[in-house]
Design a binder for this molecule. Structure first.
Ligand SMILES: [Zn+2]
Length: 477
């Protein structure tokens, strides 16, 4: 935990292609007094997540962190004919009633997608508790192109003075129309995910990095060749994700010399989201990293079941205490090298020592200690294949000098030194500096620590690599 405090998470939700939503049945008058609302949350840009636990307390005996029932669903049921006169129509599926002034051919595509999202959310978090009346979980979503129509129809509560992008509350969310087709769907999925996650007293519901990061994760979506939608994807190209830009925002922060350690991400407060859009990017990145990292994934997926709402932060960090230094180390690497399609699983550092350095992994421990002021000789031999296009891209330890990643030939053997920890302290997080070694090199150790090696390649292109180099290192007199 201490390291996590010093430095610092793919669910494939396949569904059917969009189908026309069924028409809405009978209207009923909007209730004058909606249920007592928790704090309204604005998304993204100004979304301070600070939701007090106003929902029923879970029973202590059986399911400690989940209520037996969802709160009453007291959504307004507006007069649809009156709404139609104002240019607002309702499109309904199993899990959403979408009120919007968007054209029908666009608006009708969204509700079936929300149902697919709901399936993905339940597959990850488990099914929601039942409604008190035995009904189905469904939300009202208001997707507003011309806000004045919705104000005139009294569909926006008076206390929602400003909606910069979106807000959610209980069984309802409101969002402004977006210019990008991708981001319009993204924001709608983001808000729905908030409704799903916060309708129960989730232990981390007041921790914006988690609530925003998970909403960003599930909202990030893609259609496959057959037209099926997948949620919770890690974009491997900006194309098709127009308006999202989370990876770009993190990269800009790194270039600006403003990286965020894990504790800095965990400590982000809701009010700061109102002024710094990059916090959504950091939140997404952290949730994505913990979900995909081999030493964190299993524990991170249990967060919604095992984190104690009465002590959420320490309870959360305890999940990772067996590998806190290693996770912290790799967060720092991930944050600094983040790119489209970053392969978190394969790029994770290998801490088990070996002198066979695999091409399809990130940094790998040699188990060899080095001392500052001393000089060492490294020799490496072997072959690996880094890609196969018209022919295999075969490399030896000096690398392939016609293709470069981060300024060095792919296939080249690189080194870094994981510093020794101070007595009683975890290892400092510093494996960003690299030595370019190749097949034969003398090098002076810049600090004491353990020698780590890797075969240079793009951080998003490790999966198709095969082979390894075998190395030997000897200290020079
Ligand atoms: Zn949000």
């Amino acid at each position: 935990m201490r390291t996590l405090l010093i430095v610092s998470v793919l669910l494939l939700g396949c569904g059917d292609p969009p189908a026309p939503p069924r028409p809405v049945a009978k209207p009923s008058p909007r209730k004058k007094s909606p249920p007592s609302p928790p704090v309204v949350v604005q998304e993204p840009v100004d979304s301070p997540v600070d939701i007090p636990p106003t929902l029923p307390e879970p029973p202590a005996s059986t399911s400690p962190f989940r209520p037996p029932l969802l709160p009453d669903d007291a959504r307004p049921r507006p007069d649809l004919e009156a709404l139609a006169l104002k240019g607002i129509r309702c499109y309904e599926s199993k899990h959403i009633r979408l009120f919007t002034d968007l054209p029908e051919d666009l608006a009708a595509t969204f509700p079936p997608l929300v149902d697919r999202l709901h399936e993905s959310l339940e597959a990850y978090f488990g099914p929601l508790p039942s409604l008190p009346d035995g009904g189905t979980f469904q939300v009202n979503g208001y997707l507003m192109r011309d806000r004045t129509r919705f104000d005139a129809a009294q569909l926006v509560p008076f206390d929602l003075s400003q909606i910069q992008h979106g807000r959610h509350r209980g069984y309802e969310f409101w969002m402004n129309d977006q210019t990008s087709d991708y981001y319009r769907r993204h924001l709608l999925f983001h808000e729905y995910t908030h409704c799903f996650m916060t309708i129960t007293p989730h232990a981390l519901r007041s921790r914006p990095w988690y609530i925003e990061g998970m909403a960003e994760r599930f909202a990030t979506h893609q259609f496959d060749e057959s037209g099926r939608i997948r949620f919770d994807v890690f974009p491997d190209t900006p194309v098709g994700f127009e308006g999202w830009g989370r990876i770009q925002l993190v990269r800009e922060a790194i270039r600006a010399g403003e990286p965020r350690t894990a504790p800095a991400v965990f400590a982000m407060v809701g009010a700061d989201f109102a002024t710094d859009n990059r916090l959504y990017a950091w939140s997404w990145a952290m949730c994505r990293f913990l979900e995909d990292h081999p030493l964190a994934q299993k524990q991170f997926r249990t967060v919604s079941q095992v984190v104690d709402p009465n002590d959420p932060d320490r309870s959360f960090l305890r999940l990772f205490r067996d590998a806190e230094a290693e996770i912290a180390q790799d967060w720092w690497l991930f944050a600094h090298h983040l790119c489209d399609g970053f392969d978190v699983e394969r790029a994770a550092t290998t801490f088990t020592p070996s002198l066979n350095i695999r091409a399809n992994r990130g940094w790998q421990s040699t188990g060899l200690r080095v001392e500052p002021g001393k000089t060492y000789h490294l020799s490496a031999a072997g072959r690996c294949v880094l890609a196969t296009t018209t022919k295999p891209w075969t490399s030896e330890p000096d690398g392939i000098s016609i293709r470069y990643n981060e300024g060095r030939p792919i296939g080249r053997l690189l080194a870094t030194i994981r510093p020794d920890p101070a007595p009683g302290q975890p290892p400092p997080v510093n494996m960003l500096d690299e030595l370019s070694l190749g097949s034969s090199a003398e090098f002076a150790a810049p600090r004491s620590g353990t020698l780590y090696l890797r075969i240079n390649d793009f951080w998003n292109d490790l999966a198709n690599n095969t082979g390894h180099y075998t190395v030997s290192v000897t200290p020079l007199p």
